[in-house]
Design a protein around this ligand. Structure first.
Ligand code: NAP
Length: 300
């Protein structure tokens, strides 16, 4: 099948492209960076260089495709950019996809959404995923869409490193022994590759997770991986976390969205719909991620 993969050679899109190529599909990967072209071609895919902000480019690239994997991405450092409205910039990309899908006539879409997309409010920065699903749901009924709702990615834990190094603590506005789900992009890529080969039929939602694990268990696993078994998780107030994020330079509105997203983790509000539609867990566990985490921690 002819498949368009957005998200360049990113965390999900690279392993997804590799898996689709190995299954014999004709894959075109969209990147905003001309320098990525040869790496994309080395995988056996075609490169389409352009941006998610360019509707004409998206429309032309989508034409003739059987399936599109559509995700919203903003460039690195976006959380610290004070000139960007993170939520609206992402919603605009979803609107661009909607127009390009309609104009190009593609009928089968896999959209990367997120945990929290079922919440209209109280989900912080995840609000854009709720809105993006709403935008795509306005497409005509003959367009089938599979909404993938992964939970929090293990790689978010990289942001724990500065306070681990400076204070021997993971510091967040949630914590404790309640388990919550986490996911590896590798497991997300596998699920998407699987969904690509299954029938498309109207609008479907699928949650994706790799392991359910508590903050205190995370501190233990990461601590052991970095040879620091005393590593602890400290829960601080919402206000203190907000101040910390603003102090390190995060866009204040984005920081508020971060804090609100974490508030929804407490009491499992964020996971209400996940637990009603609990998926089979993927195979990449926190202890696997912890190996990479430790390499990065020790700059290996
Ligand atoms: N982190 C979480 O816990 C979590 C949870 C649920 C859902 N999500 C969602 O997962 C997505 C991130 O997935 P990921 O980690 O696979 O992505 P990623 O690796 O962060 O980024 C994908 C790639 O997209 C390309 N890109 C960036 N801006 C672009 C633009 N304007 N136009 C065209 N290409 C652009 C970049 O590559 P080039 O430089 O080559 O263009 C980038 O490396 C986000 O939508 C996020 O909201 C995240």
């Amino acid at each position: 099948m002819k498949i368009i993969v957005t998200g360049s050679l990113g965390n999900i899109s690279k392993p997804l492209t590799q898996e689709l190529i190995s299954k014999g599909h004709d894959v075109t990967v969209i990147s905003s960076n001309t320098e990525r072209q040869s790496d994309i071609e080395k995988l056996g895919a075609k490169a389409a260089i352009g941006t998610m902000e360019d509707v004409e480019f998206l429309t032309e690239t989508f034409k003739g495709a059987d399936i599109i994997y559509a995700m919203e991405a903003l460039n690195a450092g976006v959380f610290f950019n004070h000139d960007i409205d993170f939520i609206n910039a992402n919603i605009q990309i979803a609107k661009n996809y909607k127009i390009a899908i309609e104009k190009s006539g593609v009928k089968n879409i896999i959209h990367l959404s997120s945990i929290g997309a079922h919440m209209e409010s109280g989900n912080g920065i995840l609000k854009f995923h709720h809105e993006a699903e709403k935008v795509l749901n306005q497409l005509p009924d003959d367009v089938s869409i599979k909404f993938m709702r992964p939970v929090g990615f293990y790689y978010n834990m990289h942001s724990f490193m500065p306070t681990i190094k400076s204070q021997n603590l993971i510091i967040q506005n949630y914590g404790g022994d309640d388990k919550e789900p986490w996911v590896s992009p590798l497991d997300i890529a596998s699920v998407i590759a699987e969904e690509i080969e299954k029938p498309f039929n109207g609008r479907q939602i699928r949650y994706i997770a790799s392991e359910e694990i508590s903050p205190n268990e995370i501190a233990k696993t990461l601590g052991e991986a970095i040879r620091n078994p005393d590593l602890k998780w400290l829960e601080i107030s919402d206000e203190n976390l907000l101040n910390n994020l603003i102090k390190v330079g995060m866009n204040p509105e984005t920081a508020k969205g971060f804090v609100e997203m974490n508030m929804a983790r407490r009491g499992n509000v964020l996971y209400e719909d996940y637990y009603k539609n609990r998926p089979v867990l993927g195979k990449t566990k926190l202890k696997d991620f912890a190996v990479d985490f430790a390499k990065m921690y020790f700059n290996l």
